[in-house]
Ligand binder design. Structure first.
Ligand SMILES: C[S@@+](CC[C@H](N)C(=O)[O-])C[C@H]1O[C@@H](n2cnc3c(N)ncnc32)[C@H](O)[C@@H]1O
Length: 632
C-alpha cells in the first residue's frame, strides 16, 4: 500500500498504531485511539466516550434501511473514532455488492465515500483516525485484493480530507441559517460552505452518532460559546446537556423527512432543562422508535440509563415504537440489542409519550395505572387537608425591610425564632409556654420530620395570648415590628390583635399526629409526625379522622411511593425543577383503603407498616451497614 505523507496532528505513538493496524480491521484504529490516546489525554473532557459496536450496528442498520435514497448523505457530527461512519460505509458497500453481485471498482468505492460519508469532530486526532480508517476500509473492499499498490488508499484520503473535517459542529451557520450569519469562533464549521452540494437537496439524509454528553454544570464554558450563536439563542436552556444541541443542529442539517438516530443518556426525559428539546421533537419531528436500554450496561466508563432513538424530520401523529429492556437488567445491553434476548415493544400514541411536557417512556402502562388509580378514595375523605401557618411575617425579608426604610436585619426572626434568638429574649416560664416547635422545610424528609425543630414559633393567637401585657418580654420583642402586623388584613379588619399570628389555624391540627409535605418539591416528599409539629404556609398538612384505622406511616408510604409519584407528576403543576403540590391536588390523591378482612391486604399492610414504622428503615440499613463493615 502506498503510504501517504501528510502533516499529522497525532502523537507518534498513535501513528505507530495506524501502521500496526493497517492490515487489520479498520474499526480497530478508532478503538486503539480510544484506548491508547484518549485514555492518556483524558479526552473524556470533550465528552469522548466511544460506542460499543453492537449499538453502532443497530443504529446504522435501523436507520439506513429506512432511507429510500440509493446514495444517502450520512453525517456523524461528533464522529470520534468514526465507528458510525465505518459501519455506514460498509453497509452501503454491502448493499451495492448484493445488487451488483460483484465487488466494487475503486471508482465505485470512492464515489460512495464522496457522496455518502460525512463526519466532523472538534478533535483533530479523532478526525485523522477516522479518515485513515475509512481509507483503509475502501482499500480492504477493493476488487483486486492481491494488489497492494493501487492508488485507492491515497485517493480515498484525499476525498476524505473534504468530507471528514475538524471543527465545532455547533457554532457555525447551518444550511437553513441566514446567509449573513457568521461563525463565532475560528473552529466553527460553516456547513453551507463546506458541503455546498447538499444545499439543493435540503441537507443530509441521515444524521447518526453518539453525541457528547456534558451536563451544563461541567461544560459551562463550551455552552457559553454556543449561547452566542444562532443555535444557542434559539435553544439554550438552564440545566441542559450539550447533546441537546446536536439534535437541534442535526435537524437543521437534515433535509425534510431525513432521519436522525442517536444513543444518549435518558435523564432528559424528565428534565425541565429539556423542555425545548422535547418541544422540538414533539412539534417539528416524528419520534419513530425508542430503545429504552434502562440501566443495562452500555459504556465502560459511564453509568446511568441510556436509550437509542430515531427521529424523522417531519411532524407526524403516528404511534411510536417503544422497545424496553427490563428495568432490573444490569448486565450488558448487547443480547437485547442484537435480539438474542427479547424486548417488549409497545406502540405509544405521541400524546401519551409526550404528556405534560415530559417524555413518558412507560406511557401506556402509566396511562393504565393512572386510570386504575381513579377508582380509589381521595385523601380528603380520610381526614382534613390544610395548609401551614401564615405567620405574617415569620422573619424579615428584603422586601419588607425595604418598605420600612431598612430598619431591621434581613432574616431577623419575628414570629419564628432560632434557638439563639429565643435565648436572647430571656423569657419567663409562662412566656416560654407560648413557644411551639416549628419545622421548616429543611426539617422535612421522606417519611420523617427532624426530632429537634430547627426553629421556634411564638404561637400568639386570640386564645393563647388575649393580652400581650401578660407576656412583657414577648411584647418587647414583637413591638418593633408592630407596623408590619398592623398593616395585615386580619388585624386591620379587627379579627386579630397586632401581636397575633395572621392565620394560626386550629391548634388541634398541630398537636395531632399528621402527615406533612412541602408544596414545592423536586419529587413528592411526605413525612409522618406523631409529635406536636408546627409548619409554615408552604407546607401541606393531612390530619386523619379520629376514626381512621389506617396507620399514619402506611398512608405516608403510599403517598411517597413511585406509583403515587407518577400520579402527582401527572396532576400537580410543573414548576421550575419540580412540582407544586397544592392542597387541592393533595385532597384528590387516590388512597386505596385496606380491607382488613382480606388476608392479602392485611399481609401487605403489615409489611409496609413494618418497613416504614418508626425508624425501621434507618435501623435496618444501620444494621446491614454494620454487618457489611463487620463491626458489632
Ligand atoms: C461520545 S464521543 C462519540 C464518538 C463517536 N460517535 C463514536 O462513538 O465513535 C463524542 C465526540 O464528540 C466530539 N465533540 C465534542 N464537542 C464537539 C463539537 N462541538 N463539535 C464536534 N465534535 C465535538 C468529541 O471530540 C468526541 O470525539
Amino acid at each position: 500500500m502506498a503510504r501517504r505523507t501528510q502533516r499529522s496532528v497525532l502523537p507518534s505513538s498513535t501513528r505507530d498504531f495506524l501502521r500496526d493496524y493497517a492490515a487489520q480491521e479498520p474499526s480497530l484504529l478508532g478503538r486503539s485511539y480510544e484506548q491508547n490516546v484518549l485514555a492518556d489525554e483524558n479526552k473524556t473532557s470533550v465528552g469522548a466516550v466511544y460506542t460499543p459496536l453492537y449499538i453502532v450496528d443497530y443504529i446504522v442498520e435501523n436507520t439506513l434501511r429506512r432511507t429510500e435514497i440509493p446514495s444517502p448523505a450520512i453525517l456523524d457530527p461528533a464522529c470520534g473514532g468514526g465507528y458510525f461512519l465505518l459501519a455506514s460505509y460498509q453497509w452501503l458497500i454491502d448493499r451495492q455488492v448484493e445488487t451488483k453481485r460483484r465487488r466494487l471498482s475503486d471508482t465505485e468505492l470512492l464515489s460512495i465515500l464522496r457522496d455518502s460519508i460525512f463526519g466532523a469532530d472538534i478533535d483533530a486526532g479523532a478526525v485523522e483516525i477516522t479518515q485513515h480508517a475509512l481509507a483503509l476500509m475502501a482499500f480492504q473492499n477493493r476488487t483486486d485484493t492481491s494488489n497492494q499498490n493501487t492508488p485507492l488508499f491515497d485517493q480515498a484520503l484525499n476525498e476524505l480530507s473534504k468530507t471528514i473535517i475538524v471543527g465545532n459542529s455547533l457554532t457555525g451557520p447551518a444550511f437553513t441559517s441566514a446567509k449573513n450569519s457568521r461563525p463565532v469562533d475560528a473552529n466553527a464549521i460553516n456547513w453551507p460552505i463546506r458541503h455546498p452540494q447538499l444545499l439543493d437537496r435540503g441537507g443530509f439524509d441521515v444524521v447518526i452518532g453518539n453525541p457528547p454528553y456534558c451536563r451544563e454544570l461541567d461544560f459551562g464554558e463550551q455552552l457559553e460559546q454556543i449561547a452566542r450563536t444562532a443555535l444557542g439563542k434559539a435553544y439554550r436552556s438552564p440545566r441542559m446537556d450539550l447533546w441537546y444541541y446536536f439534535v437541534h443542529r442535526g435537524r437543521e442539517l437534515l433535509r425534510p423527512d431525513g432521519l436522525l438516530s442517536f444513543i444518549v443518556n435518558s435523564y432528559w426525559t424528565s428534565s425541565t432543562g429539556a423542555a425545548k428539546l422535547i418541544a422540538t421533537m414533539r412539534d417539528s419531528m416524528a419520534m419513530e422508535e425508542v430503545v429504552d436500554l434502562g440501566r443495562a450496561k452500555v459504556f465502560d466508563k459511564v453509568s446511568g440509563p441510556h436509550m437509542i432513538f430515531r427521529l424523522r424530520n417531519q411532524h407526524s401523529t403516528s404511534k411510536i415504537a417503544v422497545k424496553r429492556i427490563p428495568e432490573s437488567v444490569r448486565e450488558s445491553a448487547e443480547a437485547f440489542v442484537v435480539g438474542t434476548k427479547t424486548v417488549d415493544t409497545e406502540l405509544v400514541d405521541p400524546a401519551t409519550f409526550y404528556r405534560g411536557g415530559k417524555v413518558r417512556l412507560r406511557g401506556n402502562s402509566e396511562a393504565r395505572q393512572l386510570q386504575h388509580l381513579e377508582q380509589f378514595t381521595p385523601l380528603e375523605n380520610l381526614g382534613q387537608v390544610r395548609q401551614g401557618i401564615a405567620e405574617n411575617p415569620a422573619s424579615i425579608n428584603a422586601r419588607t425591610n425595604q418598605r420600612f426604610d431598612n430598619r431591621w436585619q434581613v432574616g431577623e426572626g419575628v414570629f419564628v425564632l432560632t434557638k439563639d434568638e429565643v435565648a436572647a429574649l430571656s423569657l419567663t416560664n409562662s412566656e416560654r409556654e407560648l413557644l411551639r416547635p416549628y419545622h421548616t422545610l429543611s426539617d422535612i424528609d421522606c417519611y420523617r420530620v427532624a426530632k429537634e425543630p430547627s426553629k421556634y414559633l411564638i404561637y400568639s393567637t386570640r386564645e393563647t395570648c388575649p393580652d400581650i401585657e401578660a407576656f412583657p418580654n414577648i411584647k418587647r420583642h414583637l413591638e418593633p415590628f408592630k407596623e408590619i402586623m398592623q398593616a395585615r388584613r386580619e388585624t386591620s379588619n379587627g379579627n386579630n390583635q397586632w401581636w397575633h399570628l395572621h392565620w394560626p389555624r386550629d391548634e388541634a391540627i398541630w398537636r395531632s399526629p399528621k402527615i406533612i409535605c412541602p408544596q414545592m418539591v423536586a419529587q413528592p416528599t411526605f413525612a409522618a409526625s406523631l409529635e406536636p409539629c408546627y409548619v409554615p404556609f408552604s407546607v401541606n398538612v393531612f390530619v386523619p379522622e379520629d376514626t381512621s384505622r389506617e396507620n399514619l406511616y402506611f398512608i405516608t408510604a403510599i403517598l411517597n411511593s413511585s406509583l403515587l409519584r407518577t400520579w402527582f407528576e401527572h396532576h400537580a403543576k410543573q414548576r421550575g425543577v419540580g412540582l407544586e403540590i397544592n392542597g387541592h391536588v393533595l385532597k384528590q390523591a387516590p388512597v386505596r383503603e385496606v380491607d382488613h378482612n382480606t388476608p392479602r391486604d392485611v399481609r401487605l399492610y403489615k409489611e409496609i407498616v413494618d418497613l416504614t414504622g418508626d425508624c425501621k428503615i434507618e435501623s435496618r440499613i444501620d444494621k446491614l451497614v454494620s454487618e457489611f463493615y463487620k463491626v458489632n
